[in-house]
Design a protein around this ligand. Sequence first.
Ligand code: SF4
Ligand code: SF4
Length: 343
Amino acid sequence: MNVYFLKEHDFNSFMSKMIESKKVIGPVAKKSKFVFDKLESPEQLRLDYDVTILPPKKEFFPTCQKLVCFDGNKFEGCINPQEKILFGVHFYDVKAIDMTDHLFSEKNQDWNYLANRKATTIVASNIQKVSGRAFFASVGKEVGPKGHDAFITKINGGYVFEAITDKGEAIVKFGKFEKASDSQKSEAQSANESMLGKCPEKLKYSSSEIADKVRKNFTNEKLWEEAAHDCFSCGSCNVVCPTCYCFDVQDDWNLDQKTGTRSRYWDACLTEDFSKVSLGGGHAENFRESRGDRFRHRIMRKATYLNEKLGGPACVGCGRCSSACTADIADPVNVINKIMEAK
Ligand code: SF4
Ligand code: SF4
């Protein structure tokens, strides 16, 4: 791994050259919040963002994605990945992308996701400002960020750029990079470590303690019904989550009733219809009918069910769900700490 330094006054020309030659997606301001969007100029890039509304997984797993085009009995895949650089991803989102990579490739490989993922270079960046509901320092500490191609850290007078893969190294040609000194590297390390102490929220227990206790409370109906009492079943907590990956598949037919497309759309397990299945003859069965059942399912997925596959919980502590929940009941820290303190 090569570690470089880029002077502050050379940063915009580096970004300009990169934007001229590649599609670059980065955090930009949207009113008082931030989103990942295509950069048209370096001035749009906001590496001082706290958290984005939607996670960067939308670049590989869009909210709506065409899977197959069909014409009578003939069909072909709609995979058409666009090369891009995803610039300025915080480490918790890098962890989430790595989890999604695993989940979309473990059994039946999901080529629609993986083709987009392969065409993307990920440049992670240090967190300059911590969001109001974040707890990334106290969740899943046993799993580190991986799968990114480079990491850029703002320090005094410029940026330390670690090129981790060949794709990360290929970016260096766009800027006037020089070799980073030992003191610049250690300043970058301190900048990243110091942010861990600034999370406003904290889980008080280890991942394995949480996984055990949450699972033991599966049958504690009262706990789940109380936790979900104010839930609107809106699914916002799912939609903003970087580790949620459920989708619904729909066929859209053209007027000729012969051609069309099959697409997938993000789905949300907190919504009432998610677990409704047809029994035929106009009948249906909902196997998670109550709000408590659905709320429990989400917390079980985040804290317990996936731990073995992922090496830790399926939550990276971004705090997006806490901010997105109108009823303010989705915060995993509050829910889990309450479960841990229950008898
Ligand atoms: S459950 Fe909430 S805090 Fe955890 S990763 Fe998902 S959105 Fe972020
Ligand atoms: S965001 Fe809040 S209200 Fe909406 S489904 Fe999630 S827990 Fe329920």
